[in-house]
Design a protein around this ligand. Structure first.
Ligand SMILES: Nc1nc2c(ncn2[C@@H]2O[C@H](COP(=O)(O)OP(=O)(O)OP(=O)(O)O)[C@@H](O)[C@H]2O)c(=O)[nH]1
Ligand SMILES: [Mg+2]
Length: 392
């Protein structure tokens, strides 16, 4: 065996060699490869491991196929996390960035924390209790280059695609470009777009009419390239609506139904370590336009409360409390998406009673000049509203 491997690599090699379960062996081998040295002397070894990986995968795929034909199913959705609470946030970052430590410090969970890589091997949920609602936090296993092509990566990114918000955990004791580079390229490759406007481009496939492009003035570039692209894709009839300023990339994404758009923020952790201030400044300069960035230290507890509310804000939800005349408001809120109206709340309470037989609603809102505001079904709600519904 060649020399010049790190102790982590050696340790992982042992784990890999001791693992018998085929699927788990693949996971361990993928981790091993992510830890492999990049120098020339190691090329042969890495090549051999890659071949081994391909063989293992082929074997597993074959097994799965046989199983599928036997069972006649399309395979159970293993590892899928059931959403719970008012919203779900996935914590995602390179290994050792401090994801488990953050979760442990704001929930009752006791996830394993370690200074060795890949302590958390599978997507792991925990519940954050924030005042009167629950937010589900999910730790995604540490990302590495090629993660999205790995078995575990695919499964973990499927969770991230369907989540309500992604928190990128950036470790202020590790290189910024390395971390953001890996995170963003893996997500991008998995067609997960962060903080991108989905509604900028609307596509409608039609039977005839040719290329109809509306709002061409919103296109950031030469509109001819859009037409060229459509021709190259052999799309002869289509309506493209550019509703907001949009780039070529956004247009391509809009035509691809498999692209997921997820809200995201950055949690910059380990703010207690030496050098963290400079790295934080670098992070803000390079990524502050695209993401809100929250500096914390899970070790000292600094800014953890602020972080919780930042997560809440990024879920784009609001809480409404119903109230029966003459009584105190309910303790537990109804949680609705931002932009919800009285009708949405009424439908959640009792559709037949309060939507179909709606008579009136009264809103009690802090800082509202009118104490009892009488409103109709289409009145927009705000976070913290107290709502009294009346039916005919
Ligand atoms: N100084 C300092 N160290 C921290 C902080 N948060 C985590 N650590 C340390 O960083 C190491 C990794 O922490 P984990 O929480 O296990 O990191 P993780 O991102 O869950 O790692 P994996 O699950 O292995 O991918 C541990 O040694 C922690 O003690 C922090 O705020 N400050
Ligand atoms: Mg962990």
């Amino acid at each position: 065996m060649p020399t010049n491997v790190t102790p982590e690599f050696d340790k992982q090699r042992q784990i890999y060699e001791d693992t018998e379960d085929l699927a788990q062996r693949i996971v361990e081998l993928e981790k091993l490869l992510s830890l492999a040295p990049r120098h020339k002397g190691a090329e042969r070894m890495v090549g051999d491991y890659r071949k081994k990986l391909a063989q293992l995968k082929a074997k597993v795929e074959k097994q799965r196929e046989q199983e599928r034909t036997r069972k006649g199913t399309r395979g159970a959705e293993e590892g899928v996390i059931r959403k719970e609470g008012a919203g779900q946030v996935c914590l995602l970052g390179v290994t050792n960035s401090g994801k488990s430590t953050i979760i442990n410090s704001v929930t009752n969970a006791e996830l394993d924390v370690g200074d060795y890589p890949f302590t958390t091997p599978i997507p792991t949920p925990a519940m954050l209790i924030l005042e009167d609602i629950n937010i589900q936090l999910v730790e995604i296993p540490g990302l590495f280059k090629g993660f999205r092509e790995s078995g575990m990566g695919r499964q973990a990114l499927a969770v991230a695609r369907n989540t309500d918000c992604i928190a990128l955990v950036v470790d202020l004791s590790q290189d910024i470009d390395m971390q953001m580079g890996i995170i963003l390229s893996e997500l991008d490759g998995a067609r997960v777009r962060l903080n991108r406007e989905q509604s900028a481009v609307r596509i409608e496939r039609v039977g005839l009419g040719g290329h109809m492009i509306y709002g061409a003035q919103n296109y950031q570039g030469d509109i001819e390239e859009v037409k060229e692209y459509l021709r190259a894709r052999r799309i002869s009839n289509i309506i493209v609506r550019l509703q907001k300023p949009a780039t070529f990339e956004q247009l391509v994404d809009a035509m691809d139904a498999s692209v997921a758009y997820v809200r995201a923020l950055v949690i910059a952790t380990k703010g207690d370590v030496p050098g963290s201030e400079d790295r934080f400044a670098e992070l803000t300069e390079k990524y502050g336009k695209r993401f809100e960035i929250f500096p914390i230290s899970a070790k000292t507890g600094e800014n953890l409360d602020g972080m919780k509310w930042a997560l809440y804000d990024h879920l784009d939800i609001l809480r409404v409390y119903t109230k029966i005349p003459g009584k105190k408001r309910e303790d537990k809120p109804i949680v609705l998406p931002e932009g919800a109206i009285v009708e949405d709340a009424a439908a959640k309470v009792h559709k037949e009673l309060f939507v179909e037989r709606f008579r009136a609603a009264v809103i009690f809102r802090a800082n509202d000049k009118i104490k009892r505001r009488q409103v109709g079904l289409s009145y927009p709600l705000e976070d913290g509203d107290i709502l009294q519904l009346m039916s005919r």
